[in-house]
Design a protein around this ligand. Structure first.
Ligand code: NCD
Ligand code: ZN
Length: 344
């Protein structure tokens, strides 16, 4: 297939940052995706509907003229978010979910949840009002092997959570293991997962290819090949529980190329093209549209997009660096290499 036309996709997991960083990255997403679920892990985090409204206004103000893009906002769950905030979410019309970061799990997660027992009343309200909980599914105990943290989270946190709140809508974000895929597939229709392009394309060898590769380091960390194969199988299965979420997470080059580099891969510059590569490699380009353009909207109870985009099969060079903030640059995934599809 030389040309691929799809209903315009959405990105159900995106980090847009704020200020000049946001202005630098937003056009990459807006060019491709009609909507995106915008992560709330700013500093300080987006913990109230009022903060989300202000953040949404800043995103819309930074959107270049003539681009159509709708940011779908989220709140950052803390130990003391009151249930009344969930009522405000429900009436806002622009906040679509609440994100659980176990405290310390990833970038800007210090204010996250220390123990879900503190959130019971708020989770009960979410379950009642149908507000989805988006989950960063890793335990933070440093004694647990980093490659096992998702599997241990499923057993010790997610599974008990769904026993207590069996009707809660949950998205296991950026699922990276066969354990996660099996869990989501075997749960009720209220449990879904997003899959990133980089976890579909790379296994953990990519972090150590000929030396340490900080730009392939993200959380949850890339896993071994057996897990990658399970992710690809889920993505191309046509099962509507699995949909697109890039987890594009920009960090300045200086914050990645250092003794203790930040977690996060920037993929928005080829946000749909990389998925097309992964689906083509699996011989399943016909399954891309459901995954990228339909299933997420259906899960969130939002209308499917009607506009279309086209990709042409043509190798496109990816720059070694992109402009970012204050003279600091951003190194995108595949920097200095190429991607096999071009957005028309
Ligand atoms: C994300 C970030 O940088 O905000 N990093 C990442 O590695 N994915 C946070 C997250 O989603 O874990
Ligand atoms: Zn993320």
């Amino acid at each position: 297939m030389e040309k691929l036309t799809l209903t315009r996709p959405d990105d159900w997991h995106l980090h847009l940052r704020d200020g000049t960083a946001m202005a630098a990255v937003l056009p990459d997403t807006a060019r491709r995706f009609a909507r995106a679920i915008v992560m709330p892990n700013l500093k300080p985090p987006v913990t109230t509907v009022a903060l989300a409204a202000a953040y949404r206004d800043r995103i819309l103000a930074a959107l270049p003229a003539g681009m159509s893009f709708s940011p779908l906002m989220t709140l950052y769950l803390t130990d003391n978010m009151p249930p009344s905030e969930i009522d405000a979410v429900k009436t806002s019309g622009f906040v679509h979910a609440v994100k659980l970061y176990p405290a310390g799990a990833t970038t800007n997660s210090d204010a996250g949840v220390s123990d879900l027992k503190y959130c019971s009343a708020t989770l009960a309200r979410m379950e009642k009002l149908g507000v989805p909980l988006l989950v960063h599914g890793e335990v933070t105990d440093p004694a647990v092997d980093i490659f096992d943290r998702e599997a241990v989270f499923i057993d010790t946190v997610l599974s008990p959570l769904l026993c207590d709140f069996s009707a809660l809508n949950v998205v296991l974000e950026h699922v990276t293991t066969k354990n996660g895929i099996d869990f989501v597939r075997d749960s009720g229709a209220n449990v879904a997962a997003t899959l990133t392009a980089h976890h579909l394309l790379l296994n953990r060898n990519a972090i150590f290819a000929g030396g340490i590769r900080p730009h392939n380091y993200c959380l949850p960390v890339l896993k071994r090949e057996t897990h990658r194969l399970a992710l690809v199988a889920a993505a191309i299965s046509g099962n509507p529980k699995f949909f697109l979420g890039t987890d594009s997470a920009p960090h300045a080059q200086s914050a990645k190329e250092t003794a203790c580099g930040c977690a996060g891969c920037y993929t928005a510059h080829a946000g749909i093209e990389l998925y097309a590569e992964a689906f083509e490699a699996a011989g399943a380009l016909d399954k891309l549209e459901g995954f990228a353009s339909f299933f997420g909207a259906d899960f969130y109870g939002l209308p499917r997009n009607t506009a279309q985009i086209s990709l042409r099969r043509e190798s496109i060079a990816i720059p070694a660096r992109l402009d970012y903030i204050d003279g600091d640059r951003l190194v995108p995934l595949r920097a200095g290499e190429s991607v096999a599809w071009r957005l028309e």
